[in-house]
Ligand binder design. Structure first.
Ligand SMILES: NC(=O)NCCC(=O)O
Ligand SMILES: [Zn+2]
Length: 485
């Protein structure tokens, strides 16, 4: 049996910081302790050894607005590893009317070259008996416990409240977690049309058409529907105080509501859309759009205080040529930005190094909380004996200037171009295999495996017990006249 030992590092988990070595055997953590010997040694002197990042929200294969994102499972997972992320959760996206099982097969066929482990969320893009039935197969047999619902993209992916309520009730029965893209799609569609009619056809109109109120209202609605259905809910790409406030308030009331800011929303603001260069602004078009600094402060505070739990990227890498489809009509600019490779270095630089987050909070929001919410902890997101050796040996003194020319992602630009980051992987290990060493990429195509995620029994059981206890009950009365008069 070949052993690898990570020596002389400081282990940082979501709740502990301590000095110890780690022995890895057959891709899992076999021993943690002082002065371990034998096997191949990786020197972690001066470094923090942390659970590898998990990005809970990526679109490596995204057929959207008639175009595919530039990154596939090959370049996308390589980009993940380069930045210290060792697992991605992508989306299978059925066309309205399409079988979810067929869509899953299509997405699964794209993964043979994945370099790191991956999983899928399933999107609910329409509703009917077939969807209702297939949801059970998806959860019970296919290892997927999350379903994404789009309250935006009217006429394409959007589902209405009725459909969401039905789907959420089904999630409650199956122990699945609904994810929600929360923006009021009806209002957005009308605002877009109005802006266009007034001659506002540039990328800045994208931001004008989706103000924070539109997101806040939808977040409140999604939370209410989840409460009525008796299931937890996870709000993806939470970008503003209005949405964060809804999540915070629900959590204070005891509801299991999770919020996920993106690294882009934390570090880039809405001034990007007013850049005179059309390409610059269009490359940053995503939904929800970037917000003002006050909203960024709210998101950072949510991560520090625990009212927001995960930092993702929603990595969806459309090329400049694809973005240019929207010249003259901002509605046609494909929505999506990249960030997978930069999530950890950006969050470390602008979060930990500025004192907004502790190192342990950093691990929690980039890995451990995500693994717990998605029900793959402690296989993932942990430094414990028996856990997968998905690890990042983080060198806080290693820095770079982010530039598209040097990235692994296949996209031709980077929304963080020119940002100076301090804190990068010395080594990234995916199930014990060294995929990154001192900036050199050694990842192996096809090494990545699908991670099956069992139903969320604990939160589902707690909620269903409470809902049963408090369910409406007919009051048996006395004194009603026989005639009813
Ligand atoms: N977010 C975005 O603009 N693009 C990706 C699709 C989605 O998640 O909405
Ligand atoms: Zn979305």
């Amino acid at each position: 049996m070949t052993s690898t030992i990570i020596k002389n590092g400081t282990i940082v988990t979501a709740d502990l910081t301590y000095k110890a070595d780690i022995r890895i055997e057959d891709g899992v953590i076999a021993e943690i302790g002082p002065n371990l010997k034998g096997g191949t040694e990786l020197d972690a002197t001066g470094c923090y050894v942390m659970p590898g990042g998990i990005d809970p929200h990526t679109h490596l294969e995204m057929p959207f607005m008639g175009t595919y994102s530039a990154d596939d499972f090959d370049s996308g997972t390589r980009a993940a590893l380069a930045g210290g992320t060792t697992m991605v959760v992508d989306f299978a996206l059925p066309n309205p009317g399409q079988s979810m099982l067929d869509a899953l097969t299509m997405w699964d066929n794209k993964t043979s070259r994945a370099a790191c482990d991956y999983s899928f969320h399933m999107a609910i893009t329409w509703w009917g008996e077939q969807v209702f039935n297939e949801m059970e197969t998806i959860v019970r047999d296919k290892g997927i416990n999350t379903f994404k619902h789009f309250m935006a993209y009217k006429g394409a992916l959007m589902v209405d409240d009725d459909e969401m309520f039905s789907s959420f009730q089904r999630c409650a029965e199956l122990g699945a977690l609904p994810l929600v893209h929360a923006e009021n799609g009806d209002v957005v569609a009308q605002m877009q049309a109005k802006l266009m009619a007034e001659g506002n056809d540039g990328p800045e109109a994208h931001a004008y058409s989706r103000p924070p109120e539109v997101e806040g209202e939808a977040t409140n609605r999604a939370i209410m529907i989840a409460d009525m259905a008796g299931c937890p809910v996870y709000i993806v790409h939470t970008s503003c105080e209005q949405s964060h406030e809804a999540i915070r308030r629900a959590r204070q009331k005891g509801m299991r509501v999770y919020g996920e800011p993106l690294i882009q929303h934390l570090t880039l603001d809405d001034s990007e859309y007013f850049n005179k260069d059309w390409d610059h602004a269009a490359r940053r078009v995503m939904s929800p759009p970037f917000r003002s600094k006050a909203h960024q402060d709210s998101l950072w505070a949510g991560l520090a205080s625990g009212s927001l739990q995960c930092v993702a990227t929603d990595h969806c890498a459309f090329t400049t040529a694809q973005k240019r489809t929207g010249i003259g009509d901002f509605r046609k600019i494909p929505n999506g930005t990249g960030g997978l490779e930069d999530r950890l270095p950006m969050l470390w630089t602008f979060g930990v190094s500025t004192g907004r987050l502790t190192m342990n909070e950093f691990v929690a929001v980039t890995s451990t909380n995500i693994a717990k919410i998605l029900n793959i902890y402690p296989k993932k997101g942990a430094i414990l004996v028996g856990a997968d050796a998905d690890l990042v040996v983080w060198d806080p003194k290693r820095g770079k200037t982010i530039t598209a020319g040097a990235q692994q992602s296949a996209i031709d630009y980077n929304v963080f171009e020119g940002k100076e980051v301090m804190g990068l992987p010395r080594f990234t290990l995916t199930r014990g295999q060294v995929a990154v060493e001192e900036g050199a990429i050694k990842s192996q195509e096809g090494h990545g495996r699908f991670v099956s995620r069992p139903p969320l029994t604990a939160p589902a059981k707690a909620l269903s017990t409470w809902k049963e206890l408090t369910a409406p009950r007919k009051v048996e009365r006395t004194g009603i006249p026989a005639s009813g008069v």
